[in-house]
Design a protein around this ligand. Structure first.
Ligand SMILES: [Zn+2]
Length: 333
């Protein structure tokens, strides 16, 4: 029998996993952090770096009889600032260890420089795909203005894909599931069939596979959507009963949700193929044909979507990239 999302939260709480909903200044709304009442006392994700988020984190921990100072371990699910911005302050107050994917440790440690490089990478990608300079530069300054909500993190417990983390009352297995970001890591409690999935899978919105710099520091972009689809297929095979997300409500039927997401990507891929088959188009032209003005205000997001699906078509041999001067155009083979 399938649980309701409310029952799933109750069941997670009985297993000592408590959702803390921390405010963010971003369109996504609150972020879900999880308190693990176990030994060590653990916080999974911290929320963004703001006074309001800190207040609410302290308040919500207080409701459960804890304080930030009591935390012994912080686990980071991925590199996005709405999830990790408070980590520096939390560690300063508590002396907690920080566990995260080892491959992401350098990225997390040099937050400032890495964010700057990430922005430069994004600008270059946008220009190469036909986005006008003024739009690309405007987005770069928006991204810079958000940086204060992030922070650097010193990972003291680097995790490997598949690594088992023992606690007093449970074991969690860390599984690398890149796609939404290169560092996405989910945490699997096999005994209770609970998966803490953060932004890898979200009930009410699809997790945008944003194009990002690879964690190895190379400048070659990843195929974010193709990678994400591979990750989703792995998660689909897991016998999870409850999936706890980074935003919104728990997922109680992850197989149905993943099938829905995969079908949506398939439809969008065919829509993009039809546009390319009509005539060669740049990523920006494709985004405009699909989203109109949103392709301007959300240029990087929509471009990530277009390139992600075009990658799938290139991998299938149906589309190729054709360089025409500086701007890349996709054409049917
Ligand atoms: Zn995220």
């Amino acid at each position: 029998m399938t649980l309701t999302p409310e029952e799933a939260l109750e069941q997670a709480a009985l297993a000592g996993i408590h959702r803390l909903r921390i405010p963010t200044p971003f369109a996504v709304g609150r972020v879900n952090c999880y308190l693990l009442e176990d030994e060590p006392l653990t916080l999974i994700d911290t929320g963004p770096n703001s006074g309001k988020a800190l207040d609410e984190l302290q308040g919500q921990l207080g409701q459960r009889g804890h304080s930030i100072d009591d935390l012994e371990l912080v686990i980071l699910t991925h590199q996005h600032i709405d999830h990790l911005g408070l980590v520096e302050i939390v560690v300063e107050h508590s002396g907690a260890e920080v566990a995260a994917l080892g491959l992401a440790a350098e990225r997390l440690a040099s937050f400032g420089e890495e964010s700057e490089r990430e922005d430069e990478f994004a600008v270059e990608l946008m220009l190469r795909n036909g986005i006008p300079q003024e739009v690309a530069f405007a987005l770069q300054s928006v991204s810079r203005s958000f940086r204060g909500w992030g922070a650097r993190a010193e990972v003291t417990r680097p995790l490997e894909d598949g690594q088992v983390m023992p606690f007093r009352d449970r074991v969690l297995q860390a599984l690398h599931r890149p796609g939404h970001s290169p560092s996405d890591t989910v945490f699997w409690d096999e005994e209770r069939r609970i998966l803490i999935a953060a932004d890898h899978l979200i009930a009410h919105i699809s997790s945008n596979p944003l194009i990002a710099r690879p964690l190895d520091g190379s400048e070659r972009r990843t195929q974010a959507l193709a990678t994400y689809i591979e990750s989703l297929k792995k998660t689909r095979e897991m016998p999870a009963e409850i999936v706890l997300s980074g935003h919104g409500e728990p997922i109680v039927d992850h197989v149905a949700l993943i099938d829905e997401r995969l079908a949506k990507h398939e439809r969008r891929k065919e829509k993009i193929y039809a546009l390319i088959a009509e005539r060669p188009r740049s990523g920006y032209e494709l985004a405009q044909a699909i989203w109109g003005n949103v392709a301007v205000t959300q240029a990087f997001l929509t471009l990530s979507e277009v390139i992600g699906h075009a990658d799938l078509l290139v991998n299938e041999g149906r589309v190729r990239e054709a360089g025409e001067g500086e701007v890349v155009r996709y054409e049917a083979t």
